[in-house]
Design a protein around this ligand. Sequence first.
Ligand code: MEV
Length: 316
Amino acid sequence: MAAKGKGYGKVILFGEHFVVYGLPAIASAISNHTLAIVEPGSKGLEFIDERPSVEGYKETKKQEIQRELDAITKVMSIDVAKTPLKITLTGNLKAASGIGASAALATSIARALSNHFDLKFNDAQINEVAFEAEKAGSGTPSGIDNTVSTFGGMISFEKNMKGGKNEIEHLKLKVPLRIVLASTGISQETKKVVDDVRKAKEKNPAKFEKIFKDYGHLYEEALDALAKGDLKKTGKFMSHNQKLLEEIGLSCPEIEELVETAVRHGALGAKLTGTGRGGLVMCLVDSEASQDKVFNAIRKKGFEAEKTELGARAKQ
Ligand code: MEV
């Protein structure tokens, strides 16, 4: 019998990259997920990747995915030489930079393996395995992606810079957040982009200090707007966050075109989400009609897009 496990995709509403340096961020699961199916195999680890994905994604991420797979089996003490396995990945999460696809991969596989071997891992243990996989895959991740992918919902996340427990607060949404997720079609390696930001910060600490301070205020205001269900303000703060990300070199012409198109067609705010320099742009809208309008305008420009809602709760 095949064992299954799910891992949810995510968007970061506020604070990607800043979160790596211990600033708080807000992220949410989306309803799309990766589904891992584990079955007995014939030799070693047979990995079949049937996830939908943007062009070039799987090629760009090939080595990262392999490192993740090796880390998962190692951390879970699974010896595929002794117990050959076949892992198939599928699901309705379109793998792309920025959507937390690597965390969803790790979470879904960890859950499926736990089910297959009847290890009875709880969410905290699944999250730990996924974090180790993320570290192996992308260097120095904050841990936000695997946390959202494992627990679902919307969270405020603050990395413990001393290596202890991260601060995670589950946020309750007054109203569901409707978004359009638009794809630049460009895949980026998170590790490389995070490394570039680190180098830029070392070169110009004063600039980063100012931006981090700005972001700190923005986070507080955004948290308040979300708690009150004030979509208009939330959208405005998202656009402000985009400006800060632009200042540290994380934008690109495609992102800016998508942000501009979304806002011109009625989005309350729009920003890159996740790694940046490509990947995805999230556009906040206040109604189904507005979601259709923004979606159609983006499609007309030749970009791929999806309509989704935030705050999906992960289930095993
Ligand atoms: C990637 O989804 C988010 C980054 O902030 C990296 C991380 O937090 O690990 C860019």
